[in-house]
Design a protein around this ligand. Structure first.
Ligand code: PEP
Length: 262
């Protein structure tokens, strides 16, 4: 299975940005022009309180655009103040959930074991987890990229069987490229994506690894998306800043649509 046979997936991580009217307007604009990026799965991940109005705006605009959470609890219900269960995300229309984003790992102390528990809970609930991994600048400069990413992949995806892995999306996001304007070169990104695919083969089999979609994230913009999309192991993008503008988000999605057809 090659990149051409994996459906590209472009997801917008809105983080803690936009209010209700800005978010619904953006969702409507993306969904209304969704046909621009036919053949690419599109996902919008607004702040949790806006999941419902964003899902409604997408439905009104009639576009096949999925909605996802930015985090989820590893428990199904109970006394977990401030948390949101995967089943609750599903219940309000989510199909995806981002897990282990570097901001969650760095600012809120999330560990590989915690991300692993959340990924299992998300899959059990019927959500597709987008599991994020990536090295810091310090780790890259110390030549530790492979070791760090390997540990994150093995820890975050431990115990997932082949069927679970095939549903999971992995996002390689070098921390030094997130929100900094410093994008990894296509060569740097492809090298780590190939490493990740090899690790997935080790966790399951080469056939399973060939089916897993691995996104790149870190300052993806319309002007660098085509070069990233041309890499054989890059199957889409997790987009932060550029996902807040419909034109930019759709231009990135179009770059992956074009690469998929090539
Ligand atoms: C992200 O937060 O996942 C991200 C990739 O952000 P940005 O595109 O702004 O670098």
């Amino acid at each position: 299975m090659t990149a051409a046979s994996r459906t590209p997936i472009v997801a917008g991580n809105w983080k803690m940005n936009l209010d209700r009217s800005g978010g619904t307007a953006l969702a409507a604009a993306v969904a209304g022009r969704r046909g621009d990026a036919a053949g690419v799965d599109l996902v919008l991940c607004p702040p949790a309180v806006y999941l419902v109005p964003v899902a409604e705006a997408v439905a009104r605009a009639g576009g096949d655009v999925a909605v996802g959470g930015q985090n989820a609890c590893d428990k199904g219900s109970g006394a977990f103040t401030g948390e949101i269960a995967p089943q609750m995300l599903l219940d309000v229309g989510c199909r995806y959930v981002i897990l282990g984003h570097s901001e969650r790992r760095t600012l809120y102390g999330e560990t590989d074991a915690g991300v692993n528990a959340k990924a299992k809970a998300a899959l059990a609930a019927g959500l597709v987890p987008i599991v994020c991994v990536g090295e810091t600048l310090e780790e890259r400069e110390a030549g530790r990229t492979d070791a760090v990413v390997s540990q994150q992949i093995r820890g975050s995806l431990a115990g997932l069987d082949a069927a679970a892995l095939e549903k999971t999306v992995v996002a390689y996001e070098p921390v030094w490229a997130i929100g900094t304007g410093k994008v990894a070169t296509p060569e740097q990104a492809q090298e780590v994506h190939a490493l990740i695919r090899g690790l997935l083969a080790g966790l399951a089999s080469p056939a399973t690894a060939a089916k897993v979609r691995v996104q790149y994230g870190g300052s993806v913009k319309p002007d660098n998306a085509a070069d990233l999309a041309a890499c054989p192991d890059i199957d889409g993008a997790l987009v932060g800043g550029a996902s807040l503008k419909a034109d930019d988000f759709l231009a990135i999605a179009r770059a992956f649509a074009a690469a998929g057809v090539a």
